[in-house]
Design a protein around this ligand. Structure first.
Ligand SMILES: [Zn+2]
Length: 208
């Protein structure tokens, strides 16, 4: 009787430093490839398809999707800060211009977010780019909504609201963009109103 079949064999095809999500630090990662072999009498003879690839941390042994190799938490943090800055600029621009009060609020919130002051030329450039883009707060946020956690969405609303309210009352353009945000961020309307109410109260307590 001829005994034949198939089995998967795992081999290491690459090894490089990566940010291990489990260790939460830089580790050596082995890129593993599982290949299916045709076997005869249980001996792998002919390589068939590649069944899958994954990254294995050599420190904790955790296995992760291949894109873990290119994940850079520092780059992601900077990218998030830049997007939140753009949200604030778009929020300020909802009434057509970024005035001094709004600029001050953007600077203050960026400092809280990034732990660093925003360079003047970066802020000026972002305002120019946002004005020239033809986008508004909601069209910009629509491109981010899918990547945001509920916490990220709440932070975004907070940044937008505080920037718009820098000079006290919201202008009609501000109100219009703010009212659409619930739909753009896919937050149920009652939760959204509750969030706005909560944020307004927090700010009143802080200033009053
Ligand atoms: Zn690890």
């Amino acid at each position: 009787m001829i005994i034949w079949g198939s089995r998967g064999l795992t081999s290491t095809v690459d090894s490089q430093p990566f940010h291990c999500p489990q260790c939460d630090r830089q580790r050596q990662g082995d890129l593993k490839q599982v290949r299916t072999f045709f076997t005869l009498y249980f001996i792998p003879l002919i390589p068939l398809s590649v069944a899958g690839r994954y990254v294995e941390c050599t420190s904790c042994g955790g296995a992760f999707a291949e894109d873990a190799l290119t994940y850079d938490p520092e780059a992601e943090r900077q990218e998030t800060q830049m997007q939140m800055l753009r949200v604030m600029v778009m929020a300020a621009l909802a009434d057509g211009r970024v005035d001094d009060g709004e600029r001050g609020e953007i600077r203050k919130q960026y400092m809280e977010l990034a732990g660093l002051p925003i360079p003047e030329d970066t802020l000026n450039r972002e305002i120019e780019l946002a004005s020239a883009s033809g986008a508004n707060l909601n069209s910009f946020v629509a491109g981010l909504a899918d990547q945001l956690s509920p916490h990220g969405k709440a932070l975004l609303v907070q940044l937008a609201l505080r920037t718009m309210a820098a000079n006290g009352d919201l202008q009609p353009g501000h109100q219009q963009q703010l009212a659409q945000l619930a739909t753009t961020l896919q937050i149920p309307q009652d939760q959204y109103l509750e969030l706005i109410r909560h944020l307004s109260e927090m700010d009143n307590e802080a200033t009053g």
